[in-house]
Design a protein around this ligand. Structure first.
Ligand code: CMC
Length: 436
């Protein structure tokens, strides 16, 4: 960390001694005030629920400028990665710090491809779930269960174990998501096919049956690959912070990633794409474009509890750059599939237009986020709505692993242990049952 010449001084109005706090500079983005000695010197904690002003770690992986609407993976703008690289290039970049040359690229693609199959026993494990279980419930279980199948890569303190767990997770996530889908549909599992691309193989495992040949549609293959790239990492969001915190106890990588999957499920995070599509379908059922005004009124009413799903972001206070790219993909897919007159897409466009002009959203800097469009794309591709978040989890797995491995390799890493402002009862004695 680069120290700044500027120091912060913390003073107290009750005459307690003031304290000088060092400041560190990032390569870009806000500086941080180092408060590690604060408790030792003042006996006070900082209070920041939701981490609104707290950097929980220092990282070299992903940078977001929420005001500019900028997203960089290892310094490369998402707009360039989405157009010039594929998802596995992006995985290599996030894991190892730079894009691969031609040889390394070939080797990495081969390595991932060689690990796409899962232990045959996993299908029997999967059978224990109800067929109508939510795919994220199934994925949380399956990912956690990997630690019961791959004992030779569970030591988080062993760099070789971490490397092989990383490859296994990236390679096996599409297989597991597709198996979860096939199980819910009552269809046979399709084994991976190693001459296809990462996205193409996933499509085949999802949509092919043993009865017919399957041809990968290149437009859909590209769209899926883009969804994967755009969701690959997003610095210290809720699920990534969960993975770091979980991994900080020294648990195995599969268990830490399973914790990330569980966190991602929530509608304020990865579940937003499913929630956004459910919202569009409900407006459509209740009268469609005509009823947008009424719906927006509800969203603005704080007592209604209704939110415009797929809008707003903790960090982006400008257009989400991923949303711009996803919007483009959305048009490409719908045109290619002849769905550009799809009423749901028209409804989404009308909703977007109204929200972007409405003072409620403008004054709060609420723009569409990536999930607003990714749901429409996935629905057009034929992915069931309940599987959307599982696809997000598949794509985000590489980010979780890169962040977890970065943390374990950091000499300053400690178990994560937040403190609290206790506002409960002071010490008291238990009364006998009859007197309570
Ligand atoms: N619809 C209506 N009002 C909203 C929305 C929304 N989607 N998002 C924020 N607001 C309002 C909020 O009520 C608050 O108003 P006020 O200042 O009057 O109290 C103001 O905007 C600021 O919002 P906030 O809740 O303080 O912002 P936050 O940073 O805590 O929440 C968020 C960010 C993403 C949880 C929230 O915007 C949200 O719930 N959006 C809908 C869910 C969604 O699309 N999530 C996906 C995020 S992108 C994918 C990912 O990275 O996981």
């Amino acid at each position: 960390m680069t120290p700044s010449d500027v120091k912060a001084t913390l003073s107290f109005s009750d005459g307690s001694p003031s304290m000088e706090l060092p400041i560190y500079k990032g390569t870009i983005g806000p500086d941080v005030i180092d408060i590690r000695k604060l408790y030792g010197q003042t006996g006070k904690f900082t209070y920041d629920p939701g981490f609104l002003s707290t950097a929980s770690c220092n990282s070299t992986i992903t940078y977001i400028d929420g005001d500019k609407g900028e997203l960089l993976y290892r310094g490369y703008p998402i707009e360039q990665l989405a157009v010039q690289c594929d998802y596995l290039d992006t995985c290599y970049l996030l894991l190892y710090g730079d894009l691969p040359n031609a040889d390394k690229r070939k080797g990495f693609h081969k390595l991932v491809t060689n690990h796409t199959m899962v232990n045959e026993q996993m299908q029997f494990f999967l059978r224990g779930f109800r067929r109508d279980a939510h795919p994220m419930a199934v994925m949380t279980g399956l990912v956690g269960a990997l630690s019961a199948f791959y004992h030779d890569s569970t030591d988080i303190n062993n760099p070789q174990h971490r490397d092989i767990a990383a490859i296994r997770l990236i390679a096996k996530m599409p297989t597991l998501v597709a198996m979860a889908y096939k199980y819910s549909a009552g269809q046979p599992y399709m084994y991976p096919k190693n001459d296809l691309s990462y996205a193409g193989n996933f499509m085949r495992m999802m949509f092919a049956t043993p009865c017919e040949d399957y041809h990968v549609n290149p437009v859909i293959e590209r769209a899926l690959d883009r969804i994967f790239i755009l969701h690959a990492d997003h610095e210290q969001n809720a699920s990534t912070s969960t993975v770091r915190l979980c991994g900080s106890s020294g648990t195995n990588p599969f268990a830490a990633i399973a914790a990330g999957v569980a966190c991602l499920w929530g509608p304020a995070h990865g579940g937003a794409n499913e929630a956004a599509l459910n919202m569009l379908e409900e407006i459509q059922r209740n009268g469609g474009v005509e009823k947008i005004g009424e719906f927006i009124k509800q969203v603005k009413d704080k007592n209604s509890g209704v939110k415009l799903m797929g809008f707003g972001h903790r960090v982006y206070k400008n257009y989400d750059p991923r949303a711009k790219l996803m919007r483009e993909t959305c048009h490409e897919v719908l045109t290619s599939l002849g769905l550009h007159n799809d009423p749901l897409f028209k409804l989404a466009m009308a909703l977007e237009k109204i929200a972007l002009e409405d003072d409620y959203f403008v004054s709060r800097k609420l723009y569409p986020n990536v999930d607003f469009y990714s749901g429409i794309v996935q629905r057009a591709i034929g992915i069931p709505v309940s599987l959307f978040t599982a696809i997000f989890a598949l794509a985000r797995t590489v980010g979780w692993i890169a962040q977890l491995n970065e943390m374990i390799g950091d000499p300053e890493y400690k178990i994560g242990r937040p403190r609290q402002l206790y506002a409960g009862s002071v010490s008291r004695d238990i009364k006998p049952l009859a007197d309570r």
